[in-house]
Design a protein around this ligand. Sequence first.
Ligand code: HEC
Length: 162
Amino acid sequence: MTRERFNWILMGLIVGIALAMLGVTASQSADLPTGQALVGARIAQLKKAGGAMQFFGQYDGSDQTAAAAAAKILDDVAADLVSWFPEGSGPGGPGIEKTRALPAIWANFADFEAKAKAMDDAVGLMTVAAASNDVAAIKTAMGEVGKACKACHEAYRGPEEE
Ligand code: HEC
């Protein structure tokens, strides 16, 4: 390969990466509220995940459509979770009066992301299990998802207030 050709390829790569990064920032900041409203929004989403887990806890295999819908809720929450915790959305952040999110999240953000990824991986098992309506596999996946919720809460969620 000529030196010139190599330079063009390199330039293309750099521009591509820069564009990809722009895309990521744009999609992360899209439509997210700020301050206490953001805390309310993320809690509402996490409660939906809690509801989906409750559904699977009682699931007897009789409604595959509902099982697929519950798996989809978990999948959506897992996909967006990290984006609901931008810098400054912890205790003492602008406009934030109340949150159980611990400052440790932003001191260990890579680990926080890893814990969200672990949830996403476990939810992958659930998606497969729900798609085949395999109750035993659903219960196994539920155990894995539950462990992932718990691991993050133990490290990064403070005690309930009031
Ligand atoms: C990567 C970390 C992480 C994972 C994974 C995670 N959570 Fe949470 N969750 C949090 C944090 C942090 C809060 C506190 C948010 C706040 O108060 O601002 C929270 C809050 C909640 C709440 C709101 C109740 C409350 O007031 O604290 C529910 C319900 C909840 N999580 C359920 C779940 C369920 C169910 C799962 C798994 C399917 C899960 N979470 C996975 C970090 C996580």
